[in-house]
Design a protein around this ligand. Structure first.
Ligand code: B16
Ligand code: MG
Length: 215
């Protein structure tokens, strides 16, 4: 029995991953650190601080320098998301949210981003969700279960009644650690640990997912 859904934002409902990438690339270029699209793959769904740690590798920076770089990257990112609109919703996203509302299934966002509320507003889906768990909600980032447990609590549901939609390895791990059902969006190498794996949300029917999960 599933009564609630928790959606990751970046990579599931919208593709802000491209803007995160561009912001990190600009920072890396300024710092003279080698970085490219391929290296960026390792950052999918990873928190801001952990992403920076992966980029700097074993180069030495002071705590203050690290804070400044996180802030600078965020300024670039905030600039890039200024023009986000409902056009930036990924195919199938709105349809699925509407099917869930119709079926009286609750909907939460579970995003590690501190910019999640801004993005949700600009996408025009704020009135389609019942709760938002974002980068301010808990201390421990994915793959810890905390963020999704917080989201379920906001919905007033036990974890076992919730299904998480995620595009990142760390996100699927977080959903499983929370004791939730998981739908992985993307290649099996990335989200193969999920209960159900789909390429993306396009053409998705809630009744089909529900049938696959509860079988
Ligand atoms: P911010 P999600 C994640 O969002 C992004 O995938 C990841 O690239 C980013 O580093 C993280 O949020 C933190 O975002 O720097 O804006 O606080 O996939 O959890 O929706
Ligand atoms: Mg994601």
């Amino acid at each position: 029995q599933i009564q609630g859904t928790i959606f990751d934002l970046d990579g599931v409902l919208t593709d802000t991953a491209e803007y995160h990438y561009q912001a990190w690339q600009r920072l890396a270029d300024e710092e003279g650190i080698p970085f490219n699209r391929q290296a960026n793959e390792a950052l999918r769904g990873v928190s801001r601080r952990a992403s920076l740690m992966l980029i700097i590798g074993n180069r030495r920076y002071s705590d203050a320098e690290i804070e400044e770089m996180m802030e600078r990257k965020n300024q670039y990112y905030v600039e890039l998301i200024k023009n986000i609109s409902s056009q930036d919703l990924l195919p199938g996203a709105v349809s699925l949210l509407d099917q869930l509302r119709q079926a009286q299934i609750k909907i939460a966002i579970g995003s590690g981003s501190k910019n999640a509320r801004t993005v949700i507003e600009r996408l025009g889906i704020a009135d389609k969700v019942d709760a938002i768990a974002d980068g301010y909600s808990v201390q421990k980032p994915k793959p810890a279960p905390d963020l999704f447990l917080f989201a379920a609590q906001q919905l007033g549901l036990a974890p076992s009644l919730c299904v998480v939609f995620e595009d990142a390895t760390a996100g699927i791990a977080a959903g499983l650690a929370a004791g939730m059902w998981t739908v992985g969006l993307g290649p099996g190498e990335r989200v193969g640990a999920a209960h159900v794996v789909l390429p993306n949300l396009a053409g998705i029917k809630w009744v089909d997912i529900r049938a696959k999960l509860t079988r």
